[in-house]
Design a protein around this ligand. Structure first.
Ligand SMILES: Cc1cc2nc3c(=O)[nH]c(=O)nc-3n(C[C@H](O)[C@H](O)[C@H](O)COP(=O)(O)O)c2cc1C
Length: 341
């Protein structure tokens, strides 16, 4: 097994076995949606479907970028893809960097054949890899070889800085991302990995020809903390992971920063989204759809049925919230008032 494959399996194991939460709030607990005792709609009228990147999703949900690159990851990806297809949700793949070094790992990402009805599949690569030799041709290969509909570039300076082998040369990345995105024939997206997009970052990113941006704020899985667990016990990396686990922009703020900088482009809310209420609050704060990562991994690692059950209850909750706020659809949910709890 290569170093990259080993790292991927370490990440999966740590996320399933250790306490990897950021330990700080995403901000949802401090907010609530205005309840409407006279919604003047039928529960059955509620329509959760949305258009996103030209595709129809049956609910405003993306399964966040997570995995691929090892046999275990491949098994999880197939389970996730099948459930996403069944529920009409989007799916993002984990970093496909392994594919460039070890093309035989492509099969662990290529889920389309297992789930032909999947409405939206997005690829993923670290933006910093543009400073480490990844070419435009490579980016095309990542998307084409798995028949993806677009590509996420993830930004993760905090995560990279907490790895002894981290890729920390982030200089001049904005212009390289611009060049790459202008050359790509498919939609390009940007995301963080759980430390969030600030107003300043969002304004810089708004200069790019991005199809959408994912906030991925603090409040859920902390990648500083995950890398801390991978480090030598008692090393300064281990200490740093624990100290900086909550460093970044809380999700509720990151969503609003992205919406302000991207007034006319889709925003994905993510980072610590755990319930239908969190999804609804994200949308009322300005997101178009919401992405969930670790809860999906936890359910998928049990079974396909467990993941179906997870989405069944999440969407049930979201539907009830729409009903009880008088929102007939996701567009109307965006206009529901958000109050301090
Ligand atoms: C097991 C696991 C692997 C992940 N791998 C990636 C990745 O390869 N690329 C990426 O952009 N984000 C990756 N993420 C980050 C998530 O997409 C997400 O931004 C972050 O975990 C916060 O969401 P959560 O609190 O719902 O987990 C991963 C998350 C998990 C849980």
């Amino acid at each position: 097994m290569s170093q990259l494959q080993q790292r991927k399996d370490d990440h999966l194991r740590i996320c399933l076995e250790e306490e990897v939460d950021s330990g700080t709030t995403a901000g949802f607990a401090e907010l609530r949606l205005e309840y409407d005792a006279l919604p003047e709609i039928d529960l059955d009228d509620v329509d959760l479907s949305v258009e996103f990147l030209g595709k129809t999703l049956k609910a405003p949900i993306l399964i966040g970028s997570m995995t691929g690159g090892s046999d275990w990851a491949g098994t999880l990806n197939v389970r996730i893809a099948r459930v996403a297809a069944k529920f009409g949700l989007g799916m993002a793949l984990g970093s496909q960097r392994a594919m460039l070094k070890h093309p035989d790992t492509t099969r662990s990402f290529a889920v389309r054949d297992e789930a032909p009805e999947l409405p939206l599949l997005l690829g993923n690569i670290g933006a910093v890899q543009l400073n480490y030799g990844v070419t435009h041709n490579d980016l095309n290969t990542l998307v084409e070889s798995v028949k993806a509909d677009g590509l996420f570039f993830h930004l993760n300076p905090l995560q990279e800085a907490i790895q002894p082998e981290g890729d920390t040369r982030f200089k001049d990345l904005l212009s390289k991302m611009k060049e790459a995105m202008e050359a790509m024939p498919f939609p390009c997206l940007v995301k963080e990995v759980g430390a969030g997009i600030s107003e300043r970052s969002a304004r810089k990113l708004a200069q790019l020809p991005l199809a959408a941006i994912e906030a991925s704020g603090v409040g859920g899985t902390s990648w500083a903390r995950v890398e801390g667990y991978r480090a030598e016990p008692n090393s300064s990396f281990a200490t740093l992971g624990e100290r900086l686990k909550g460093f970044g922009i809380p999700t509720t703020q990151a969503i609003q920063h992205c919406r302000n900088a991207f007034p006319n482009r889709p925003v994905i809310g993510s980072g610590g989204i755990r319930t239908g209420t969190d999804v609804a609050l994200s949308i009322a704060l300005g997101a178009d759809i919401a992405a969930l990562a670790r809860p999906v991994l936890e359910a998928a690692s049990q079974s396909e049925e467990a993941l179906e059950q997870f989405f069944h209850s999440l969407l049930h909750e979201l539907r009830v919230i729409c009903f009880c706020t008088g929102a007939r659809n996701i567009q109307e949910l965006r206009n529901v008032r958000v109050l301090r709890a």
